[in-house]
Design a protein around this ligand. Structure first.
Ligand code: G3P
Ligand code: MG
Length: 257
């Protein structure tokens, strides 16, 4: 068994510089998710770290995007993995949220990193592979972060629901901290963390009970929760000892954290 107390091997995964409040998809309650305005909004709200999702265009370019298809939050249609970056650039990823954001493009990871550098903001980069592209996406994101992560920023924390993506990312960028994402905490959570060589678990707040949280924390692991928009729930989780909260309204959580 591996955990914080007895392993130097996973020291990169300790996440020492990650604050206890992170903006979700930038600040998704205030601006269209996973866009540059959303990252900028988080900074404007005083948030020092954001989470965002990254997947690949057909031609293998990492872009900030959550869903497998373009339908929900752009004026495009169909799987994002079916289109090259050049085509993706034409879509509006802001108007669905509010007319004030009409014309906001779907950003590349490079553009996202440039905003982080400008704002001095850290990031939890979630690798969100389209189906069948898990290792390819993990490798591409790891490579991009290893090569282009702004030197002035604290190193990013990479996370994914996909163990294959995290393992591939670790090959490309072995020094980056990793977190495994789960909805409900599975019975074999320790084995799953071992498989991706991390001691950090991010789980869905709604599925977490106090007893399970305490079991994980008492064993010395790092635990964060998504997506927590009610300050009362955030307070409760932090009181249990949860290390971090990922929120669409990080400003609300910051007030009580
Ligand atoms: O990384 C935490 C959270 O973003 C995971 O869920 O679906 O919002 O990417 P999702
Ligand atoms: Mg995410």
């Amino acid at each position: 068994m591996v955990h914080r107390a007895d392993s130097k091997r996973f020291s990169a995964a300790l996440g020492g510089s990650v604050p206890n409040v992170l903006g979700h998809r930038g600040a998704a309650g205030h601006a269209p998710e996973n866009t540059l305005p959303s990252l900028l909004k988080a900074h404007e709200l005083g948030i020092s770290w954001v989470e965002f999702d990254v997947k690949l265009s057909r031609d293998g370019v990492p872009v900030l995007f959550h869903d497998d298809t373009l339908d929900r939050n752009t004026d495009g249609r169909g799987p994002i993995a079916d289109q090259d970056l050049q085509a993706l650039r034409n879509y509006d990823a802001g108007a669905w949220f509010d007319a004030a954001f009409a014309g906001t493009p779907l950003p590349t990871l490079d553009e996202g990193l440039a905003v982080l550098a400008r704002c001095g903001m850290g990031a939890n980069v979630e690798i969100k592979p389209s189906k069948g592209r898990e290792a390819e996406t993990g490798m591409a994101v790891g490579k991009a972060l290893a090569e282009t992560w702004p030197t002035d920023l604290p190193l990013p924390l990479v996370s994914s629901f996909s163990a294959a993506a995290l393992q591939a990312c670790a090959v490309a960028a072995p020094d980056l901290a990793r977190a495994l994402l789960v909805s409900a905490v599975p019975k074999d959570w320790r084995a799953q963390l071992d498989a991706v060589e991390t001691d950090t678990l991010h789980c869905m707040s709604q599925r977490l009970r106090e007893r399970k949280a305490k079991e994980i924390l008492k064993a010395g692991f790092i635990l964060r929760c998504f997506t927590v928009n009610r300050p009362n729930r955030a307070r409760q989780l932090l009181d249990w000892g949860v290390h971090g909260i990922i929120s669409d309204y990080p400003d609300r959580i910051l007030k009580i954290a």
